[in-house]
Design a protein around this ligand. Structure first.
Ligand SMILES: Nc1nc2c(ncn2[C@@H]2O[C@H](COP(=O)(O)OP(=O)(O)OP(=O)(O)O)[C@@H](O)[C@H]2O)c(=O)[nH]1
Ligand SMILES: [Mg+2]
Length: 460
C-alpha cells in the first residue's frame, strides 16, 4: 500500500480495516504530524466503545485477566481491542511461552485486535499516544477496548486515568504494594480485583482494601472489591458485571462529573506536553531554560521571575499567533478572461490598479483594491495553470483567499508543526513582490488559503 493521505486512512479506519487501524495507531504512537488531521476526521464517529484500563504490579495477572474478559466479550459477539502498554506482557511477547500459547486463539481471532505500545520514546507522552490509539480502535468500531498497564510509573498512571473504568489488580502476599496503591492509584480505582485468589491470604488483602476505602475519600461510587482466579476464569463474570454497573453509574448524573474530569485531563495532558516541548525548544534572546537556570544559580533571578520570563517567551512562540496575520490581502477570483471578468468590477468602481503575469502560476492577474484588501482576478495563460484546472473543474468563481503575514516561512513552520496540511512547504515568488505559499483546504475549513509576505521595495 502506498502511503495514504489522512482522509484515505480515516476511510479505512471507519470501515474497520485492520491494516488501516494498525497504521493509524502507528501514527498515534509516533506523534506523526498527520495524526491530528486523521483524528479530526475519525473522532466525531467514535464514542461508542467502552474502555477499561487494568493495572497492577508486574505478574499480578493483568494479561490473564484481560484475556479472560476478552473471551467473555467475544462470547457475546463483541469486537475487542487490546492495548498492552507493557513490555513484559504476554500480549507483547515477553512472557512465559505457556501463557502466550494459552492466549493463542485471541491472536488469531479476527474479532480481536491486539496492539502493544512501547513504554519508551513517545513524543508527546505515553498517555497521549495510548489515548489516541484507543480513539482509533473506537472509530474502527471495536466495542470493548482493554488497556493493560503496569501501574508503577507516573506515566502509566496517567495512561490508566484515561480509561472509562479503571481496574486495579492486586494479589495475596504483596503488603508493600498496598502502600504504593495508597499513594498513587487509590483515587483512580473504580474496581479492585484481588487476583490469584487460589493462593493464601486473598481475604486478608480484600480486608485491607476495604479498610483503606473506609478511611479514604470517595465520591458517589464506592469501588467494589472482587476476588478472581484469572487462570481458571473464576470471578470474571462478576468483574464484568461490576464494570457494567460502573458504566451505568458513569451514564448517570453522578458519573457526569467523573467523566468530565477525565475529559479535562486528556486536554490538559496534550496542552502540558505542548507547553513543555515549547519550553524545551526555547533559545535565544527571550530566554531559555538553560539561561534562566544559570541566572537562578547565580542568584540574579528568583524561581518565579524565571518562570514568568519563560512563560512569556513560550507564549510569544507557541501561543495563539497574535499579529501573525496582518490583513486579508486579497480574494482570488478565477475568470475565463480578465477583460470580460473585469467589466463587472469596473461598474462597481473597483478599477484595476495593478496588472501582472505571474510565471510560477501561469496566470495574468488584475488587482482591484477594496479598502485594505483587493479583488485579484486570475486568468490562466496556459492549460497547465492551476487556474485553468480550477476553471475546467468548477467554472469561474472564488479560487483562494490570501492572508498577509509578516514572515511566511515562520508561519509555514508553525502550521506544519501543528499538523496542518500545506500545499507548499517552501515559499515562492508571487505577484506584487510577495513571497507566497498555499495551505490546503482540508486544514482551513474548505478554502484554499494563500499566505503572502510583502518583500521590501526594490531600491530605485
Ligand atoms: N495461581 C495463579 N496464577 C495466576 C493467576 N492469574 C494469572 N496467573 C499466573 O501469573 C503469571 C503472570 O500472569 P500475567 O497475566 O502474565 O500477569 P501480568 O500482570 O500481565 O504480568 P506482566 O504483564 O508481566 O506485568 C502467569 O504465569 C499466570 O499464569 C491466578 O489467578 N492464580
Ligand atoms: Mg501482562
Amino acid at each position: 500500500m502506498t502511503v495514504p493521505t489522512p482522509a484515505e486512512l480515516a476511510e479505512g479506519i471507519l470501515a474497520g480495516q485492520t491494516r488501516a487501524v494498525a497504521r493509524g495507531i502507528t501514527w498515534a504512537e509516533g506523534a506523526d504530524p498527520r495524526f491530528p488531521e486523521l483524528l479530526s476526521l475519525i473522532f466525531p464517529k467514535g464514542g461508542r466503545a467502552r474502555v477499561v484500563g487494568l493495572t497492577g504490579s508486574p505478574g499480578a495477572g493483568k494479561s490473564t485477566l484481560t484475556a479472560a474478559l476478552a473471551r467473555l466479550a467475544r462470547a457475546e459477539g463483541k469486537r475487542v481491542g487490546i492495548v498492552a502498554v507493557d513490555p513484559s506482557s504476554p500480549f507483547s511477547g515477553g512472557a512465559i511461552l505457556g501463557d502466550r500459547i494459552r492466549m493463542q486463539e485471541l491472536y488469531t481471532d479476527p474479532g480481536v485486535l491486539i496492539r502493544s505500545m512501547a513504554t519508551r520514546g513517545h513524543l508527546g507522552g505515553l498517555a497521549r499516544a495510548t489515548a489516541d490509539a484507543v480513539d482509533v480502535l473506537d472509530a474502527a468500531g471495536f466495542d470493548e477496548i482493554l488497556v493493560e498497564t503496569v501501574g508503577v510509573g507516573q506515566d502509566e498512571i496517567e495512561v490508566f486515568r484515561l480509561a472509562e473504568s479503571c481496574v486495579v489488580v492486586l494479589t495475596p502476599g504483596m503488603g508493600d504494594d498496598i502502600q504504593a496503591i495508597k499513594a498513587g492509584l487509590m483515587e483512580v480505582a473504580d474496581v479492585f480485583v484481588v487476583n490469584k485468589a487460589d493462593r493464601e491470604g486473598a481475604d486478608r488483602v480484600v480486608h485491607e482494601i476495604l479498610q483503606m476505602l473506609e478511611l479514604g475519600e470517595h465520591g458517589a461510587w464506592i469501588p467494589p472489591v472482587l476476588k478472581t482466579v484469572a487462570r481458571a476464569a473464576t470471578g470474571i463474570q462478576e468483574l464484568r458485571d461490576a464494570l457494567e454497573r460502573h458504566r451505568a453509574f458513569l451514564a448517570g448524573p453522578e458519573g457526569a462529573s467523573r467523566r468530565r474530569e477525565r475529559t479535562v485531563r486528556r486536554i490538559e495532558s496534550i496542552v502540558q506536553q505542548r507547553l513543555l516541548a515549547d519550553l524545551h525548544g526555547l533559545s535565544g534572546a527571550n530566554g531559555s531554560l538553560a539561561s534562566e537556570a544559570e541566572r537562578l544559580e547565580g542568584r540574579t533571578r528568583d524561581p518565579f521571575a524565571a518562570a514568568e520570563t519563560l512563560l512569556a517567551a513560550v507564549r510569544d512562540r507557541g501561543g495563539p499567533a497574535r499579529g501573525l496575520v496582518t490583513r486579508i490581502a486579497h480574494l482570488g477570483v478565477a475568470v475565463e478572461s480578465l477583460e470580460e471578468g473585469g467589466r463587472f468590477y469596473d461598474l462597481l468602481g473597483l478599477l484595476e490598479e495593478h496588472a501582472e503575469v505571474v510565471e510560477s502560476q501561469k496566470v495574468s492577474t488584475s488587482f482591484r483594491p477594496v479598502g485594505e484588501s483587493s479583488i485579484e482576478l486570475l486568468e490562466p495563460t496556459s492549460p497547465e495553470s492551476p487556474i485553468a484546472k480550477h476553471l475546467a473543474r468548477r467554472g469561474p468563481g472564488v479560487h483562494h483567499v490570501c492572508l498577509e503575514v509578516a514572515d511566511v516561512a515562520a508561519a509555514l513552520a508553525k502550521l506544519k508543526g501543528a499538523g496542518v496540511r500545506l500545499v507548499n512547504e517552501e515559499p515562492f515568488p508571487g505577484a506584487h513582490r510577495c513571497l507566497v505559499a498555499f495551505v490546503h483546504p482540508a486544514s482551513t475549513g474548505g478554502i484554499l488559503l494563500e499566505l503572502s509576505q510583502k518583500l521590501p521595495d526594490e531600491p530605485r
